[in-house]
Write a protein that binds this ligand. Structure first.
Ligand code: MG
Length: 389
């Protein structure tokens, strides 16, 4: 882990320790850590972070113990991003904090849950998981005496809010501005975003193969995979399947990481941003893959979409997940007294403030916060006669 003395070695375009735009509620600086280390530590200690262990990435949590969950996904994102941040002399603690927090707002059941909740929320302002991650760290965590949420630094909040509609951006103040002014976030946020894509593409290949839903032979159609697979098979003929897969995937990750470092170094050398503000006003992101490698990355992404995420067994899981989320949302929205006391109280407060939109938001907060297994249990308690309530 980086430490407070690391800042002397940061590149000029990195987010500098001690120069944060600050927190929503002013606080005394930490004694032994940088502001961004404090952000990271608050995230690790949050309730929402612990829940990630029981939330789906692609495979529903109970399908098998070896599949990625949101927690291990977030850790892999952080690991990849930290490696790159360290080489590029970016702020490693800030990068790590953004990565660990980026999926805190995810619903149970991965994208299926997210799509279902978004449909339910369409008449009431919609549901965006990036925005929900920000809502978790700004409002929903209840841990500190003097402020709601985790009161993270501006730079960390900026990184968590990867995408946002213009309508929501207008309501958000400082972190919403860049979506209206078409500005970039800092390099650490750009890096976290790209590391997320690298992590899930590669671990979904691994999980997809483990599940048997996709095969090594199918993956030969994907350039990024085939290049590494050929190399490993030539060099280690007869290698056991499990080792073959890992050797291939680790080389794919390395290929992408090296490319991001080289391509980003070249861009930074060409643009020479004076500081992180110059990064933000640049016309496009500076952390990026080279064009040919990015094309390969997109090819793999398309392969996974067509062959894994649309596989009939994943679609069946998706159907069940959708049913659970919709049923819970509708029941709670129609009768908030079915929710546990604290969530019913939140619904009353938000409804008094903004009518049905507010009530729906409180229900969405409750449902989005559920782990896969809690959602399944709540669904049983609500709808299966004879189950404990
Ligand atoms: Mg992610």
């Amino acid at each position: 882990m980086s430490n407070a003395t690391h800042s002397s070695t940061l590149a000029p375009w990195a987010e500098q320790d001690g120069q944060s735009r600050g927190r929503r509620y002013p606080e005394a600086p930490p004694q032994l850590r940088t502001e961004y280390q404090r952000d990271r530590d608050r995230i690790v200690h949050s309730n929402a972070f612990r829940r990630l262990v029981y939330k789906t990435q692609v495979f529903v949590n109970h399908e098998g113990d070896l599949y990625r969950t949101r927690l291990t996904h977030s850790m892999e994102v952080a690991q990849i991003a930290r490696s790159i941040a360290s080489v590029l002399r970016l702020n490693e603690s800030l990068t790590e904090a953004i990565c660990l927090a980026h999926d805190l707002g995810h619903t149970p059941f991965g994208h299926a849950g997210q799509d279902a909740l978004n449909e339910c929320m369409r008449p009431y302002g919609g549901f965006e998981h990036n925005l929900q991650s920000l809502r978790v760290v700004d409002e929903l965590e209840e841990r500190y005496a003097e402020f709601p949420g985790l009161n993270l630094s501006y730079e960390c909040r900026e990184g968590i809010l990867k995408h946002c509609s213009a309508t929501n951006a207008r309501l958000l103040g400082d972190v919403g501005e860049r979506f209206l002014q078409r500005r970039q976030p800092g390099l650490e946020a750009q890096l976290a975003n790209l590391a997320d894509e690298i992590a899930y593409n590669n671990h979904d290949v691994d999980d997809g193969l483990r599940s048997g839903l996709i095969t090594v032979e199918q993956l030969r159609d994907v350039d990024l995979v085939r290049e590494q697979l050929d190399y490993v098979q030539d060099r280690y003929p007869g290698l056991h399947h499990r080792r073959l897969v890992h050797e291939t995937v680790r080389r794919m990750i390395n290929r992408l990481v090296v490319d991001v470092v080289e391509s980003t170094t070249a861009r930074l050398a060409a643009v020479q941003p004076a500081d992180s503000e110059a990064v933000r006003s640049h016309s496009e992101p500076l952390v990026a893959m080279s064009e040919p490698v990015f094309a390969q990355h997109l090819q793999l992404k398309a392969f996974l979409r067509d062959n894994l995420y649309k596989h009939y067994r994943v679609r069946r899981m998706t159907l069940k997940a959708r049913g659970v989320v919709q049923a819970l949302f509708n029941a709670f929205f129609n009768d908030t007294q079915l929710m546990p006391d604290e969530h019913r109280a939140a619904a009353l407060t938000l409804e008094a403030r903004s009518g049905p939109d507010g009530r729906a938001r409180a229900v969405a907060d409750y449902v989005a916060g559920m782990t896969d297994r809690y959602a399944i249990l709540e669904h049983e308690r609500m709808f299966i006669p004879g189950e404990r309530s």
